[in-house]
Design a protein around this ligand. Structure first.
Ligand SMILES: O=C(CO)COP(=O)(O)O
Length: 137
């Protein structure tokens, strides 16, 4: 599965801790991230992550482009609802595309817990059917 990891600045510590806690579940999958989030996850967990641009510089849009190609299977996005973001339209567009393409999206740690356990149990394997894939990565 292709999984996107994204966190706003005040949520990055939480996302790094989350990725570390669930490293064994996340590790077999193809991980993608916005630039700064990706750097922290790589440095602090050792997971392999493909990094896009930083969010304010287009990273959310790059992940959105993968979703538009139906080439992203789930998004874990620890949003900061208490801080204005300069690229708010990009964030809204990313979330909208998840809804357009029925991509599982967790925007906080509570829902991310459910999503990552579902991933670990193979409950996202229906995405392989959507793609006509027969493997689990
Ligand atoms: O702003 C972001 C998502 O909207 C995250 O971007 P960074 O991971 O580059 O900080």
């Amino acid at each position: 599965m292709k999984i996107a990891l994204i966190a706003h600045d005040k949520k990055k510590d939480d996302l790094v801790r989350f990725a570390l806690a669930y490293k064994l579940i996340l590790d077999p999958h193809e991980l993608y991230a916005t630039g700064t989030t990706g750097k922290r996850v790589i440095d602090e967990t050792g997971l392999q992550v493909h990094r896009f641009q930083s969010g304010p510089l287009g990273g959310d849009q790059q992940i959105g482009a993968m979703i538009a190609e139906n080439d992203m299977d789930a998004v874990i996005f620890f949003r900061d609802p208490l801080t204005a973001q300069p690229h708010e339209p990009d964030i809204t567009a990313l979330i909208r595309l998840c809804d357009v393409y029925n991509i599982p999206l967790a925007t906080n740690m509570g829902s991310a817990e459910i999503l990552v356990h579902a991933l670990g149990r193979g409950e996202l394997d229906w995405r392989d059917i959507v793609h006509g894939r027969n493997n689990t990565t």
